[in-house]
Design a protein around this ligand. Structure first.
Ligand SMILES: [Zn+2]
Length: 192
């Protein structure tokens, strides 16, 4: 059930932001969307396969020459493998030594990274909680959080709407403000 737009006072042009993002592929839905969760990876594109068939044909035509090339290649490969093996051995030995000497420092850094990551995920989910409640007024071209009287104390201006591309920033500000305040009249994300 949509709420009246705080700017024009009408509700005929009001639509839930999450609904617009889920149902449209427009400039507006792109601006309104929430970012991917922290740590999410974007899949890399793959290029076309290697033309193995052509390689076989060329090898068959130039067979005598290929033998010489193969011998030279095998020698070069043996040299490269030896060098790589030595470098890898030194690197592994150095890494193991470093781990043994700095076990506590590494564990602390890892714990700190885990804490920061957990905090980022929690902040994201809290912002998502408000983002999913945002409405968009197509007449005023702006987004707003319906209800939640507490937001007018610090976060939003009564009677105003935010630009669509500020939707996620607005949700983050609402979440941060709700986090800072512990007053009982403020709705928390983890409340049922
Ligand atoms: Zn409006």
């Amino acid at each position: 059930m949509p709420s009246a737009c705080p700017r024009c006072g009408q509700l005929d042009m009001v639509q839930r932001v999450a609904g617009i993002v889920a149902s449209q592929h427009s400039q507006l839905s792109w601006e309104l969307r929430a970012p991917p969760p922290p740590g999410a990876r974007v899949a890399a594109r793959r290029s076309g396969g290697f033309p193995w068939g052509w390689l076989v044909v060329i090898l068959l035509i130039t067979l005598p020459f290929d033998v010489l090339v193969l011998v030279a290649f095998a020698i070069a490969l043996a040299v490269v493998i030896s060098v790589v093996a030595v470098v890898a051995l030194v690197a592994v030995a150095g890494y193991v030594g470093y781990r043994l000497l700095n076990r506590h420092v590494i564990a602390e850094r890892q714990a700190e990274r885990d804490r920061q990551r957990a905090a980022a995920v929690r902040r994201y989910q809290h912002a998502l909680h408000y983002w999913s409640q945002l409405d968009h007024c197509h007449r005023c071209h702006g987004v707003f959080l319906p209800g939640n009287e507490w937001q007018y104390r610090e976060v939003t201006v009564r009677g105003a709407v935010a630009a669509p591309f500020h939707a996620w920033a607005l949700a983050s500000q609402l979440a941060d403000y709700a986090d800072r305040q512990h007053a009982p009249d403020i709705v928390r994300a983890d409340d049922p």
